[in-house]
Design a protein around this ligand. Structure first.
Ligand code: F6P
Length: 359
């Protein structure tokens, strides 16, 4: 009989309720108790910690498809890594989490988080030394090293594609283009996958340089006078600040390409969880529970070559490109990007999608 905790941290995405519901279902079949920690680490920073004990009815099956997280993902103003670091209270914060985990008497903790949360967990691993820590990667950005997919990504791609499906109808009526800016932080995976799925005219991602004249030429050479240009939010344009879609839109206007911008924004993190994300969430929940059964700790579930397994958090951290945490000084995050040999780049290129300069 084990007593395990689960929390969802960082930005939300679709699939968090599926993975929570599957963890609860799988754990209860084993006769375990599941404690839900509310608002991620925020919930561990109050006295007593804010938790719920799951019963079979807490998160019913019909809610497993819904976006958002039943457990919440945290308050911006609460004591958390960011606010603690800003106010010089990091030691107090770390101590509080460790105390709360002890008080909850958990055998294991499942942390469902993105690369930021997973990196923080590894960099501050002492906090979790009293429990077995098993992480499950979720993010619409798909920027977590060592896994071929993350919970929430497929649904976000679906959301962007349906957004473009709607826009293209009005684009056609007015003979114009839409410059659509996707999320993804510094990683182009979301824009690349959505752009290929939709059949965008151009996909601009941070990993590949592009040239505005080439883009204009490409658009003007199209057999249509309407379409979609997808721009990842991480794209930087030398000499300009502001949203990349706005900058590109202005440049296209100057070149005579009639266009508008459109921002799907947080709708990318919503939407009923698509089946492939639910399968991934179920497989990852199963792998996490097996890992707890096998007394593994400091591991992450990873989807590799069509299978779910665990990898050491140390490997996840070592495998990525390390960068200073954008919000917490002294911390580093481990990041994955679109690699130059990503087969979708070739697919896009061969389909006549402009994806940037060839060299
Ligand atoms: O990491 C997930 C993500 O949705 C990014 O794609 C985006 O840049 C960011 O979070 C938005 O965060 P917020 O909801 O705080 O604006």
């Amino acid at each position: 009989m084990k007593r395990i905790g689960i929390m969802t941290t960082g930005g939300d995405c679709s699939g968090l309720n599926t993975v929570t519901e599957r963890v609860v279902t799988g754990a209860m079949r084993r006769g375990w108790t599941v404690i839900g920690i509310m608002d991620g680490t925020d919930g561990l920073c109050t006295t007593p910690p804010r938790t719920i004990e799951f019963t079979p009815d807490t998160l019913p099956i019909e809610c497993a498809r819904l976006a958002g997280s039943y457990l919440h993902n945290g308050h911006a103003g609460a004591l958390n890594y960011e606010t603690a670091a800003e106010s010089g209270r990091l030691d107090e914060f770390n101590k509080k989490i460790r105390q709360s985990l002890r008080a909850l008497k958990l055998d294991a903790l499942i942390l469902v988080g993105g690369n930021g949360s997973l990196s923080l967990a590894w960099e501050n691993r002492d906090i979790y030394s009293d429990v077995a820590l098993v992480c499950i990667p979720k993010t619409i950005d798909m920027d977590v090293p060592l896994t071929d997919n993350t919970i929430g990504f497929d649904t976000a791609v679906e959301q962007i594609v349906s957004f473009c499906d709607q826009l293209i109808l009005t684009a056609r009526s007015h003979h114009r283009y839409f410059v659509v800016q996707t999320m993804g932080r510094d990683c182009g995976n979301l824009a690349l996958n959505a752009g290929v799925a939709f059949g965008a005219d151009a996909i601009l991602i941070p990993e590949i340089k592009f040239d505005i004249d080439e883009l204009v030429y490409h658009i003007q050479e199209q057999h249509r006078d309407y379409g979609i240009i997808l721009v990842a939010e991480g794209v930087k344009i030398r000499g300009h600040s502001g949203r990349p879609a706005d900058i590109i839109s202005r440049k296209l206007t100057v070149a005579g390409v009639i266009n508008r911008t459109a921002y799907p924004e947080h709708i990318q993190r919503a939407g009923d969880t698509v089946a492939s994300d639910r399968i991934l969430a179920t497989s990852m929940a199963n792998t996490a529970l097996n890992a707890i059964d096998n007394n593994e700790t400091f591991v992450m579930t990873a989807y590799q070559d069509g299978q779910c397994r665990t990898v050491a958090l140390s490997e996840f951290f070592a495998a990525g490109e390390l960068a200073a945490d954008p919000k917490i000084s002294g911390m580093r995050t481990s990041n994955a990007y679109v690699s130059p040999d990503n087969p979708l780049l070739d697919v896009a290129y061969n389909m006549g999608i402009y994806i940037g300069c060839e060299s």
